[in-house]
Design a protein around this ligand. Structure first.
Ligand SMILES: [Zn+2]
Length: 239
């Protein structure tokens, strides 16, 4: 990845962040500082404390995404693939995996590892908030519990979003792996991409009625489905 900085090396894998991150991180902190409870810190007294909490939450959100990517990587390494690098964006990451895993069960497990880790982190944090937050409402109470609640909530959303059965989400890869148990890899990719495009189409129509964001996500999914299909086909046409 161009214009990126290596921040760490875990399991021998270079962890890189894109330079845009230096702007995106403060931007997310700003959003968290403006949002009212329970999804932000607008209700917290004092500018310094409010922005400090928002920044800490943004950094921990980034750490959650890193754990998600490392979960994919850990299983990939275990199954014998090579990870060139992990590139991180604030709400997502990309693991550059070299060498293909031909076993559909392993591919499904690798794809599922990321959302599974997000789900576990999310359930754990929401459970901690639910069990130990002394406030009457589960979303009020001390600022620390607000941080825990927001991170737990976002991790659940990350898990759910990634499980949408369409490329480029992990769910698209899980779907392809399931299809690949009954047909060839290229055909499974075509079928999974077709399902992804249909989903994107439905999402776009619903989005036009309720939210422009859904339309943007639909376009993102449609492009992901098209891209994955093209990439797999060009790779296999050489054989
Ligand atoms: Zn993932």
């Amino acid at each position: 990845m161009k214009n990126s900085l290596q921040i760490a090396r875990i399991f021998g894998i270079p962890i890189k962040i894109h330079v845009s991150f230096l702007f995106v991180l403060p931007f997310f902190a700003w959003i968290f500082a403006q949002q009212p409870e329970p999804y932000g810190f607008a209700g917290i007294e004092g500018d310094t404390l409010r922005y400090a909490l928002a920044l800490v939450t943004s950094i921990l959100l980034f750490a959650s995404v890193l754990v998600h990517e490392l979960s994919h990587s850990y299983l990939s390494l275990k199954y014998g693939a090579n990870i060139r690098e992990i590139s991180l964006y604030l709400i997502g990451g990309v693991s550059a995996i070299e060498g293909e895993i031909r076993d559909p069960a392993k591919e499904a497990a690798m794809a599922f590892a990321g959302p599974f880790s997000s789900l576990i982190i999310g359930i754990f944090l929401l459970a901690v908030n639910y069990l130990f937050n002394p406030a009457v409402s589960s979303t009020e109470g001390s600022a620390l519990f607000l941080v825990i609640f927001i991170l737990g909530y976002i991790n659940i959303v990350l898990a759910a979003f990634n499980l949408i059965p369409a490329f480029p989400m992990d769910g698209g890869r899980i779907l392809r792996a399931l299809l690949a148990t009954r047909m060839g890899f290229v055909e499974a990719t075509e079928k999974a991409a077709a399902i992804g495009k249909i989903l994107a189409f439905i999402m776009a129509i619903i989005g036009l009625l309720i939210s422009i964001w859904l339309v943007l996500i639909a376009i993102f999914i449609y492009m992901g489905a098209t891209g994955e299909e093209r990439q797999v086909k060009s790779r296999y046409s050489r054989y």
